[in-house]
Every structure is written in C-alpha cells, then in structure tokens.
Design a protein around this ligand. Structure first.
Ligand code: ZN
Length: 503
C-alpha cells in the first residue's frame, strides 16, 4: 500500500513544516512581547496563550501522517546536501524527540519547570541551596526520564546535548574541553598574576541611558545589522529573537554606572541577529531558516562581541564616538578604552566573566551536570562539588550559594546540556575569525573605520546563508577546512592577553 508518492510526500512535508514554523514563530513573538511590552498583569493569560500555540505546533509535527510522509520519502531522503534532505533530517530528529515524550510527561515537566523556577528565585534571594534542593532532585528525575524517552544514545548526556547541539556528542565535548582546559588554566593564572599589579584606566560615569542607546545603535549599524528589518528594545534579561529574516528583535538593559555592559550586550545580540537576518531567502518559512545550533549561534554573538567589539581596531573607530557621547568620562584614548574593555578579573559569576575566564565557568558546569546525571554526584553534595571545581579551575571558592550553585537559571529551568554550547561557541568564533582574516585580510582595517561589511560578507557566505542545514562540525569543516578545535581560540587568547598584560 503506497498512500503517497515521494514527490507528494516531500511537498506535503514542506507545507506542514511551514505551518509548524509559523506557529513556533508566533509563540516566539508572544514571548518577546511578554519580555518587552506586556503589562505585568497579563502574565497568566500570556502563559496559556503561549502554551496553546505551542500545543498546536506540536500536534502538527507529531501527527501520524507526518510519520507516513517521512517513511514514503525513505531513509535516503535525509542524505546529501540539498534543502529537502536537510528538512527531512530536521523533521525526523525533531519528531523522534517529540513523539518519544507522552503528553502527560511533557505536562508534568512543564509544571515542574514553572514551580522550580519560582523556588529557585526565592532560594537565590536567600542564598540558600537547601531550599532549592528538593526541586532540583525532582528536576533531575524528570530529565533522566526525558533522556530515556527521546532516543537511544551511547551516553545519556548525549540526549540532553542533542536538544541544543544536534550531532555533538558528550565524548567530543569532553575531548575539546580537556584540550581547552590544559591551555586555559595556566594562561588565566599568568594573566591574573599580572592583572593585580597593572593599573587599568577606567572611564568615569555616569553613562546616561539615552547616550548608551545611541552608542549601541551605532555599533550595531556599523556591524551591518539592518534596522529596517529589526529593532532594539529593553528587557530585564537581554536576548534576541528571529521572528523572520525580515523581523529580528534585539533587547538589552542599561546601567548608568557601567560604560560597556550595554554596548557589548547589544553587539552580542546583534551578532545573533545578523545570523537570523542573513539566512538564504529560499529557506525562509521553513524550520531551516534559523541559526543551526546553539554553539554556532553563540559563535556569531561572541565573534562580534569579543573579536570585534573588544578588539583594538574597533576602538580606533569607536573611541571618538565614545568620548563625544560621554564628555565627562575622562577623555581616554582608543588604546586606554581598549584596555579598559578587556579588564581580566577572577569572578564568581559566569555572566559577568571576562573573555578569558568565561569558558572555565562553563567547564565547571559541564563536569557537574554529567556527575549529576550519572548519579555519581548527589544533589545534596552539589555546593561542595561546586566549590572544589571552582578552586580547581578558577582558583577561587564562592562565598555563598547565590554566587555559586544558585547563580544560573538553567538547572531550575531544566536546561541541562545547554552550558557546553557557550564554550564550544567560543572555540568556533576563533576558528571563523581566523579563517575570515585569512580570506579577507582587509577586515581589520575596515573595522577600524567602523565598516563591518567585509566580515559580515564572509560570514554571510560561509555561515549565515546555510541556516540550519548543517550541524556545527560540518559547517566548521566547510568554512574553516577542519574539525572544531580549541587551538585557534587558545592562540587568539594568548596573543591578545599576552600583549595586553605583557606576558
Ligand atoms: Zn548569546
């Protein structure tokens, strides 16, 4: 019995995935509105609106006919380079993960995420891990169950990883992190030793919000972010949301006492946004019209934030604008502002960590997550394990739970397996930067004039336009000619911080 032919199945699948994607993006827009515009009192109604849209999207994908279409296409349909093959691969994986989880399990997990987030907010406020522990234990139980339901994996952690970084394995991340750690830990010690005795100039505040907004907009425009197809707003937690390539939303937050926080925040989110704006038009309206994986997405935000935004050339362009917008800040030179933007400090909080130490915060969490998953580490022993890891990697121990184990929302939200993508993204950012400079040697000079076009052009051609067609490993191979590697990242950090700190 053949219900549908191959050509019909491909067309039906494409149409269905288009509907699915439209609903997913509608939910994203409801979420953006929730974070940016909605009156507080709308919260409860909004939660049920988002849930209803997500449920409708879910039903479209798990419907039996989608399984039949994928079967009619045959296993070979997911092979090769074409858009249809990539679409079939994406649909198979996404559907497998969703079909595996019964509706009552999904509901139970969603309810526990909501409850656990509330408990976590209170536990963090009181800096009391014991308060959060029962919620975490229940979360781990549910997430272990989820790992079993979504597929068969060599390592159960692979199931978590696949949710954010399809194609990446735990073994591969472990291998990359071991190499990164071996290079990074001694480098951080050396720089931290020097940093204590080095006077870093500080621009003087306050930095009025309206002026900060102007500087952020100017930086994003220079990068090539197209504000006729996007916008910048404020939210408590900065994020970016690609509703469509022609509608990309960025948010940031401002603090009048900090000169760089919003600037680099905007550059970070605009880096994500450029990825979403520059996906090939033929992928639009399909699930492939998005950043490929979390690590690749993060490679884009980090590249613009760090290699560009914290780079010497960029400050040649930005320093006169900075001095003009903040005339009371002390008239620092481009070199002094560059140095101030690259202050290294061993700190407890991941999101405040500098470029050099950031990945160490990630490795700490990766090790602890795996130990929690396997049961080698009991939730009750987490604060002690955190302290030991922090000592090992950063050489410091958090003074309390709020600045240690309770600082991130990820575990309270059930986002296990997410953290590694940040550090893998850092590595990829350096590989892409190296390859881009090799292909387009004029990039640094253009950046010193505030012209991001040559870099954006290279990224568009080698990364952005492919959307979600390839995983991180495959895309890096195509763009850089080799596998993901920490070496260019370590080389870049050694050269940069070696020069800044006179090593
Ligand atoms: Zn990001």
């Amino acid at each position: 019995m053949t219900a549908v032919g191959t050509a019909d199945a491909a067309a039906l699948l494409r149409a269905r995935l288009g509907e699915f994607q439209a609903l997913v993006k509608a939910a994203d827009l409801l979420e953006w509105d929730h974070e940016v515009m909605m009156p507080r009192a709308g919260g409860e109604a909004r939660a049920s609106q988002i849930a209803a849209v997500e449920k409708a999207a879910h039903s479209l994908l798990v419907a039996p006919e989608v399984g039949e279409w994928l079967e009619a296409l045959g296993p070979a349909a997911g092979e090769g380079d074409g858009d249809e093959a990539a679409l079939a691969r994406w649909a198979r994986r996404e559907r497998r993960r969703r079909v595996g989880q019964p509706a009552d399990f999904v509901g139970e997990l969603a309810r526990h995420v909501a409850r656990s987030q509330e408990v976590w907010v209170e536990a963090r406020r009181r800096s009391d891990f014991a308060l959060f522990r029962p919620a975490l234990e229940k979360m781990l139980e549910l997430k272990r169950r989820q790992a079993e339901l979504v597929g068969a994996f060599a390592d159960p952690y692979d199931a978590w990883l696949e949710g954010f970084e399809p194609g990446m394995t735990t073994a591969r991340v472990s291998e990359l992190f071991a190499e990164l750690k071996a290079g990074l830990v001694p480098l951080v010690r050396d720089v931290a030793g020097k940093a204590a005795s080095l006077r870093v100039p500080e621009p003087r505040g306050p930095f009025p919000v309206a002026r900060q907004r102007e500087l952020g907009l100017e930086a994003a425009r220079a990068m090539g972010f197209d504000f006729s197809r996007g916008r910048l707003d404020e939210s408590a937690h900065p994020f970016s949301s690609g509703i469509a390539p022609g509608d990309v939303r960025l948010t940031t937050r401002y603090r009048e006492d900090l000169p760089f926080s919003a600037l680099f925040g905007v550059m970070h989110e605009a880096g994500h946004g450029l990825y979403e704006q520059n996906v090939a038009p033929e992928l639009e309206g399909t699930p492939l019209a998005a950043g490929a994986t979390m690590a690749l997405h993060e490679s884009q935000s980090r590249l613009w934030e760090n290699q560009v935004g914290r780079g010497r050339e960029w400050w040649a362009f930005l320093a006169p604008r900075f001095r003009a917008l903040f005339p009371e800040s002390g008239g620092l030179s481009a070199g002094e502002l560059h140095r101030a933007a690259n202050r290294v400090e061993l700190s407890h909080i991941r999101v405040e960590a500098d470029e050099l130490t950031y990945s160490l915060h990630v490795m700490l969490r990766f090790d602890l997550e795996r130990a929690l998953l396997s049961g080698d580490l009991k939730a009750a022993d987490l604060p002690a394990a955190w302290a030991a890891k922090s000592q090992e990697l950063l050489g410091i121990v958090p003074p309390d739970d709020a600045r240690g184990v309770l600082q991130d929302t990820h575990w309270a939200s059930g986002l296990f397996g997410y953290f590694p993508t940040y550090a893998v993204g850092n590595m990829i950012s350096a590989q892409l930067w190296e390859a881009a400079l090799k292909a387009e040697p004029g990039i640094p000079e253009a950046l010193s004039r505030g012209d991001g076009a040559p870099l954006l052009g290279w990224l568009r051609e080698n990364v952005h336009r492919h959307g979600r067609k390839y995983g991180a490993e495959e895309l890096v191979r195509r763009a850089c000619g080799g596998p993901i590697s920490p070496k260019p990242y370590l080389d870049y950090l050694r050269a940069k911080f070696g020069a800044l700190y006179g090593l």
